[in-house]
Write a protein that binds this ligand. Structure first.
Ligand SMILES: [Zn+2]
Length: 261
């Protein structure tokens, strides 16, 4: 992380104190690794302006596009979401408190929504975890609005991609596939949920030539399940076979151990 850029506890860039001319380039470099996010807009009772201006985001996105890179904004508040979308961001992560206008703007501009429902639901669905009452209260408000946002985004034809923000309490690495169940609970069809994690995600990453569908000439990256996720989406949490680049890493639900060379 370069001097002048502050990182928030869960990973995003929250502050950039460098001269504006050097910010854009630095931000793109950092954002490739950490993402850009604004912690303050995560408090729905106390909405505050986003931490980056539209002009700052536009400059960062412009530099990213020169490199052929997509851009992502971790954004919760409606005004920050709309500003990022107007600035040309590729995807909005979370989108928790989006309003009708910012959702319509995303549909118009072809911006992906990566809803990460698992973030708030991991707080609410894990009563054994010691979250303070104010976090629970905030999560209940956020989850209620988020459900409406997902429904409205579906109605407006916004493109969905799969993401989880894994690594926070209750939202652990290795558990990410629970997001499929939440997506279906919030209104996506099982097929839409599967496409969000495959062909749509590949389009977002600009890697459709190599990944996202099973086609000759693409990487042989695939997972197989003993069940039909179109019948029961929770099947996705129990992969039977995992193949990456044509090499099997999990078979019959068990890791394959390779001999040390
Ligand atoms: Zn985030």
């Amino acid at each position: 992380m370069p001097a002048g850029v502050q990182c928030c506890p869960d990973g995003g860039i929250v502050q950039c104190q460098m001269p504006r001319e050097v910010q854009a380039e630095q931000l793109v470099g950092c954002a490739q690794h950490y993402g850009v996010q604004d912690q303050r807009v995560q408090i729905p009772q106390h909405p505050v302006p986003g931490q980056f201006t539209e002009a700052e985001m536009r400059a960062a996105i412009e530099v990213a596009e020169m490199e052929g890179l997509p851009s992502a904004a971790h954004a919760h508040g409606a005004s920050s979401i709309a500003a990022a979308v107007r600035a040309g961001i590729t995807s909005i992560e979370h989108g928790t408190m989006a309003d009708d206008e910012s959702i319509r703007l995303m549909a118009q501009k072809g911006t992906f929504l990566v809803p990460t429902i698992i973030v708030s639901r991991s707080v609410l669905d894990n009563p054994h975890l010691p979250f303070p009452e104010y976090v629970l209260r905030k999560s209940r408000i956020a989850a209620a609005r988020h459900k409406e946002v997902v429904a409205a985004a579906l109605h407006e034809g916004v493109k969905f991609a799969f993401g989880t923000d894994a690594g926070s309490t209750g939202n652990e690495h290795g558990e990410q596939a629970r997001e499929f169940g939440y997506l279906v609970e919030y209104g996506l069809t099982p097929m839409q949920a599967l496409c969000s994690a495959t062909i749509n995600a590949a389009e977002l990453l600009r890697m459709k030539e190599d990944i996202g569908s099973l086609e000759a000439g693409k990487f042989a990256d695939l997972v197989a399940f003993d069940g039909d996720p179109l019948e029961d989406i929770t099947v996705m949490t129990r992969p039977d076979l995992v193949m990456k680049g044509g090499v099997i890493y999990k078979r019959e639900g068990q890791p394959v151990h390779f001999p040390l060379l």
